[in-house]
Design a protein around this ligand. Structure first.
Ligand code: SF4
Length: 463
């Protein structure tokens, strides 16, 4: 969600006349924008460390501006200015569109501006965007969340769920496809509850099917579903819509019913595994991935064993695993029975060891099969005569493909046979059997390789 918002911020600033500075360190920029996240533990330290670093840069460059937005700004509000009084603008998650005006006002009035709203002012998808990829795009279908998981800071920072109308979502996707986009990822904190606000609990499955009717759209992904709201119509829509990728990222968080209850996650292990069984029955080759938190307050050794057991049964293609750490402002932060760091670390290592083995075994099954890869990077070298490109298979796995003498560019689709499997990637060194160049858009130039959107978005002030 933050990467998506960063693309909107860049688009807004470009529309206001800024251009991206060549030097991404911030030393030569007229403006540095931090779009912050509060989910990870070190977000505070990283933000204030970066701001301290920029204090001397700013004092040597009169007129330079610094803006801080995103979840941490929404949480800390004016406290950002108490800790870093050289910041010019603090804005929240609900008013991205205000950034250019706030910068101008801060410059004109010669004083810092803080504007944090409690409710969404503009759906971020309605704002201009400067995407980092020419062929792959995020499309937001909802913002905020109506759940109240006890470890999560999102509802208090992003607010209640607000759904976009399907017509608006599809219009955006069609416009993106006309620009050359071939892959979209539908974004929402809980995509399965999409539609409740306008009275259609089946809206998400219908949206997937509607995406399947868009010519030129090769791949549709989504993140993230919530097991509580996962319904069979979504599984059927996934299985029956050819451009919806056989991939499901569904956070489990814990395999223990007692811990799930304490987390206020309203499904239980049996329900979670049942969804996985039904997804696999409809899509035997789907890659299922998850999020797991280890060491939630009160988690006993028996609870943790149940998580290991659920992982063995679910056989995830991969898992994002987290050691629990308290987030101030969440109910879990003050729960009794916080688990000691050493115990958490030791359980975490056991979980990683198990999941790595499962991931590796799962990837080994694919050796000798053909995979279709959407090329996302230009390449690193295996050796001078054997270049490799990288991209994602339809099921989301990372694949490195040897291209020999062939010219392959980001956005192209190639098919190649898997020759080697590692826990976190596949290698296809036997040559490309099919190649469909990226079609681009009318009047377009070559696509750019997809890069991670930097924490720091930097602009040059309009002349
Ligand atoms: Fe946070 Fe996801 Fe739970 Fe919503 S469903 S409160 S975003 S963890």
């Amino acid at each position: 969600m933050n990467v998506h918002d960063s693309e909107r911020l860049s688009g807004l600033l470009e529309q206001a006349g800024y251009r991206r500075a060549a030097d991404q360190s911030g030393r030569e920029a007229d403006l540095v924008v931090f779009n912050t996240c509060a989910v990870r533990e070190n977000a505070d330290n990283r933000l204030y460390g970066n701001l301290s670093h920029l204090a001397s840069v700013k004092s040597a460059r009169p007129g330079m501006q610094i803006a801080v937005g995103g979840c941490l700004a929404q949480k800390d509000q004016a406290a950002v200015l108490e800790k870093a009084p050289w910041v010019d603008v603090v804005f929240g998650t609900h008013n991205l569109a205000s950034l250019p005006v706030l910068l101008e006002r801060a410059r004109h009035n010669g004083e810092a501006q803080v504007e944090i709203l409690d409710a969404l002012a503009h759906f971020p998808s309605d704002l201009p965007s400067r995407r980092d990829s020419a062929f792959s795009a995020w499309v937001s279908i909802s913002v905020g969340c109506d759940n109240s998981c006890t470890f999560c800071i999102v509802p208090s920072l992003r607010g209640k769920e607000t759904d976009r109308r399907p017509g608006d979502v599809l219009a955006e996707i069609e416009a993106l496809v006309a620009e050359g986009v071939t892959e979209i990822t539908l974004l929402g904190q809980n995509v399965n509850s999409y539609g409740r606000s306008f009275g259609d609990p089946l809206a998400f499955g219908k949206l997937l099917r509607a995406c399947g009717r868009i010519d030129g759209l090769d791949r549709v992904r989504f993140t993230s579903p919530h097991p509580r709201d996962f319904t069979d119509d979504v599984i059927t829509a996934m299985a029956e819509t050819p451009n919806v990728c056989p991939q499901l990222h569904m956070p489990m968080q814990s395999g223990s019913d007692a811990v799930l209850r304490a987390m206020r996650r309203s499904y239980r292990q049996a329900r979670y595994l049942d969804i996985i069984d039904r997804v696999r029955a409809a899509m035997p080759h789907a890659a299922i991935t998850t999020d797991i938190i280890v060491g939630f307050p009160g988690e006993t050794e028996q609870d943790f064993e149940q998580t290991l057991e659920a992982v063995r049964r679910a056989r995830f293609a991969s898992a994002f695993t987290f050691q629990y750490s308290p987030r101030p402002g969440t109910p879990a932060a003050t729960m009794p029975d916080q688990v000691g760091k050493d115990v958490v670390r030791q359980r975490y290592d056991r979980l990683i060891e198990l999941q790595e083995q499962i991931s590796w075994d799962d990837n080994k099954r694919l050796v000798g099969t053909d995979v279709e890869v959407l090329v996302s990077t230009g390449q690193g070298k295996k050796d001078a005569a054997n270049l490799r490109i990288s991209g994602r298979a339809r099921d989301g796995r990372l694949v490195h493909v040897a291209i020999g003498e062939q010219v392959v560019r980001p956005g192209d689709l190639v098919t190649a046979r898997v020759s080697y499997a590692a826990p976190h990637h596949l290698v296809a060194d036997g040559g490309i059997s099919a190649h469909r160049p990226w079609r681009g858009a009318a009047g377009s130039t070559a696509p750019v390789a997809r890069r991670p959107v930097p924490l720091v978005s930097i602009g040059r002030r309009p002349d």
